[in-house]
Structures are given as C-alpha cells and as structure tokens.
Design a protein around this ligand. Structure first.
Ligand SMILES: NC(=O)c1ccc[n+]([C@@H]2O[C@H](COP(=O)([O-])OP(=O)(O)OC[C@H]3O[C@@H](n4cnc5c(N)ncnc54)[C@H](O)[C@@H]3O)[C@@H](O)[C@H]2O)c1
Length: 275
C-alpha cells in the first residue's frame, strides 16, 4: 500500500477559481490524487471534474446558488480566484475578499470535522499587521454590499484595492483560525510572489514592468502556476494537520531577503529597469 501522506483519496474538495492559472493546475493535481473535485469559477473549467458550477464572487445570490448546487458536505475548500487592480476597485475588493469570505463562511457548516480551508492571498498583502485599524473598519462590515460601498467612500485612504483585499484575507485567516480549531477545522493562506499566469500582464500594467520583473530576482524567474498550486495541496492535506492560521510566503525567499535587508528592492528595480 502506498505511503499516502497527503490523504486526498476519496476526499470531497471544492475549488473556487479553477478556470485558469493556479486553480487549473491545482484541480489537475487534486484529480490525479484521487479526490472528488467540485470546481467553481466565473468561467468554465478546462478539466473534467466531478462537477463544475458557475459562480460570480461579486454576487451574493450567485454564491448561495453555487453552494446549493454543489450540495453536501466537504473536506477541503480551496479559494484561488482573484482580480488584479486593472479592474474597478469595487470589483477587486468584492472578488478578492468580500466574495471569498462570504463563500467560505457559507460553506463552514458543511465542512467536515478534520477539514481545511486555504486561500491564495499575495505578497502584496504582507504588510497587513501595520494596517490593522483600517482593515478592521472595513472587515467589520459583514454585508458585502455595505462593505463595497465603504470602499467607494473611503477609496483615498483605503489605497490600492488589491493590497487592501489581500491584507484583509491575511487578517481574516488569522482571526478565524482559533475558533475553527474548536471544530478541528484548519484555515491558512499563501502569499505568492508574481506567478507566470494570465494575471501577470495586469500586474505589469499596474505597477510597471521593471517593478514586477524585480520580484523575479530571488530565483531568477517567476513561479509557475504549479509551484503555487502544490503548497495549497500541502496546506489542505493531512500532512499539515497541525498547521493553522499561517500566511505562508511562496516566493523563493524574496520576502525573507527583503525583511532582513539581504535583498534591496530599489537596487533590484534599478537592475530590472536596466536589463
Ligand atoms: N499572477 C500573479 O502574479 C499573482 C501573484 C500573487 C497572487 N496571485 C493570486 O493568485 C490567485 C490565482 O491567480 P492566477 O495568478 O492563477 O491568475 P488567473 O487570472 O489565471 O486566475 C484567476 C481566477 O479567478 C477567476 N475569477 C475572476 N473573477 C471571478 C469572479 N467574479 N468570480 C469567481 N472567480 C473569478 C478567474 O476566472 C480565474 O480562474 C489570485 O487570487 C491572485 O490574486 C497572483
């Protein structure tokens, strides 16, 4: 018998965001690991799954209908969907945080004991601990329409909607972990550096090519979708049974280098601009 340290065989998994990039790579691996994979996204999955349901995270009614349509209890929830800041700010905060939170919280009563949740955040959200007063004000609004309206009114001080939404995911993940552990459910998130997926061109457009290229410095290239999908599989697996409330940087040492001063962002940007 194989030494199955991940334990996905026969597990009922739901993946939000399986159309492209990281989510597509993720569902391919989960299917190969023997999981029963139910996908959801605003666009259809290219992979043959146990089921696919169209869900628009901007729309609370679509979220409720999606959960109803998939039905039943689940073991693992993977939240991969996201929008870059080239989209309207209201849509970015709605998909990346408000929609993901509403969708996850609606799933909670149906997540089995021993289950797990993982969300793709971003290195863009790494500064969440320094922005708590504003984040808590935004996150206190549990009605997605009200929170969306808060963003419109507070756009100036809220800053970049992508950063805000990913900081909110990190904060929400850590706030949720102790209470969920009482039900033996784990919750974590990952903070990728730039990934070579369809979204990368939007980040280059928003931040400038040199800035984004500088982030490839740690390993000399961007991560692949698969290199971001596999840590999600690890965090929701039985191999991570004692890991909860973690915001895991998946960045080949980039944030470690920046935090310690071993890597100098300004120098990296200057080098990337000159290249
Ligand atoms: N690409 C990068 O450089 C990068 C870096 C850090 C973090 N991320 C994060 O990684 C995650 C996956 O992105 P990716 O890089 O694989 O890009 P991607 O564009 O391939 O994937 C994004 C997915 O989100 C889905 N989506 C968009 N709007 C939606 C909506 N309204 N409702 C439901 N689903 C919706 C898309 O259809 C797509 O499947 C995102 O959360 C993103 O913020 C990406």
């Amino acid at each position: 018998m194989a030494h199955d340290i991940l334990g996905y065989g026969g597990k009922r998994c739901v993946v939000m965001g399986c159309f492209s990039g990281t989510g597509e790579a993720l569902v391919r691996h989960l299917v190969a690991l023997g999981a029963e994979v139910h996908g959801a996204d605003i666009k259809p999955s290219p992979v043959n799954l146990a089921s696919f349901t169209t869900v628009d995270l901007k729309d609370p009614a679509s979220i409720a209908a999606g959960i109803e349509s998939i039905g039943g209890e689940i073991d693992a929830l993977f939240n991969v969907s996201g929008l870059p800041q080239t989209f309207p700010g209201e849509d970015v905060v709605s998909v990346n945080f408000l929609g993901i939170r509403a969708w996850t919280e609606a799933w909670l009563p149906k997540i089995r004991e021993g289950g797990a949740i993982v969300t793709v955040s971003s290195l863009a959200g790494a500064g969440y601990l320094t922005n708590q007063p504003l984040l808590r004000e935004f996150m206190a609004l549990t009605d997605p329409a009200e929170a969306r309206a808060w963003y419109t009114v507070n756009k100036q001080r809220a800053g970049d909607p992508y950063t805000l939404s990913k900081q909110a995911i990190n904060t929400w993940t850590q706030l949720s972990a102790p209470g969920l552990m009482e039900r033996n459910i784990r919750i974590n998130c990952t903070m990728p550096s730039p990934i070579d997926t369809p979204m990368l061109k939007d980040f280059k457009q928003a931040a400038g090519e040199a800035v984004i290229n500088a982030f490839a410095k740690a390993k000399g290239r961007f991560s692949t979708a698969e290199e971001q999908a596999l840590p999600l599989i690890l965090l929701n697996s039985k191999a991570a049974n004692f890991i909860s409330g973690v915001c895991l940087a998946v960045d080949a040492g980039l944030s470690a280098g920046l935090a310690t001063g071993v890597l100098d962002l300004q120098k990296m940007i200057a080098e990337a601009s000159a290249a």
